[in-house]
Design a protein around this ligand. Structure first.
Ligand code: PEP
Length: 255
């Protein structure tokens, strides 16, 4: 059975005191709501600077893990300003988002660079949360499947079965990120099913069935339940709504 996950991508938000109070509020909300009957896992992805505090504050919370939003593809060296997967792993964080559309768009991250980052993250024993998704113009031309196939083929499908089993995929249509325009549950299901079929074709049925595929793009408390009810949607990567403890926890309990 694949794991259900609700992951919060804080992006470049939260000062130190705000980060600490958001995590405290998430823990309080979680306590108030009691155990998650669907065994959903939560990942919080703060900016690098708050990762050690986040790990420490959640170490006694079995449902919560911590991840990074990016990393470099070398383990160490003269790369001023970069952060390696090994550094992230040494804090106790377990995940790293790779290929978010904001990294592809603003920082020109290519398929080739993302392939190196995927390898580096797996070598450092972190789990990659690999984002794929199409811009609006690609959807308008109905070429979204061609693009998603290329994104996965060029950065992920070189992995062997054992390494691929560590990957979480997040389908995030670019036109839905931060815009308030969510993909319909049918659009999300159709793409998730397509991605699962690609995994089947490149690997096997077992890996396809076991891979967690998250939806991301304006997922909120009022639409999460319908999105998560689709058979191939295993949870969400949440941006804006992960910055409010109550909204994030409402989404966490939306299965
Ligand atoms: C994201 O940045 O990964 C995201 C899904 O953002 P939002 O939920 O704000 O659309």
């Amino acid at each position: 059975m694949r794991t259900k996950i609700v992951a919060g991508n804080w992006k470049m938000n939260m000062l130190q005191h705000e980060a600490i109070s958001l995590i405290s509020d998430i823990k309080k909300e979680l306590k108030n709501r009691g155990p998650n009957a669907k065994n959903t896992s939560m990942i919080i992805m703060p900016p690098f600077t708050w990762i050690p505090a986040a790990v420490e504050m959640t170490s006694a919370e079995p449902a919560i893990s911590i991840g990074a939003q990016n990393c470099y593809h070398e383990p160490n060296g003269a790369f001023t300003g970069e952060v390696s997967p090994e550094m992230i792993q040494s804090t106790g964080a377990e995940y790293a988002i790779l290929g978010h559309s904001e990294r592809r768009q603003y920082f020109k991250e290519s398929h080739e660079l993302l392939k190196k980052k995927v390898n580096a993250v797996i070598n450092a024993e972190l789990y990659p949360v690999f984002c794929c998704g199409e811009p609006l113009e690609v959807r308008e031309e109905n070429k979204q499947e061609t693009l998603i196939k290329q994104q996965l083929k060029e950065s992920l499908f070189h992995l062997d079965e054992q390494d691929f089993s560590k990957v979480i995929i997040a389908y995030e249509p670019v036109w839905a990120i931060g815009t308030g325009k969510t993909a319909s549950p049918e659009q999300a299901q159709s793409m998730h099913q397509f991605i699962r079929q690609l995994i089947h074709d490149n690997y096997n049925d077992k890996l396809a069935e076991n891979t967690t595929i998250l939806y991301g793009g304006s997922c909120k408390p009022d639409n999460a339940r319908e999105l998560f009810s689709k058979p191939d949607v295993d949870g969400g990567l949440i941006g804006g709504a992960s910055l409010k403890a109550k909204d994030f926890i409402d989404i966490f309990f939306s299965f």
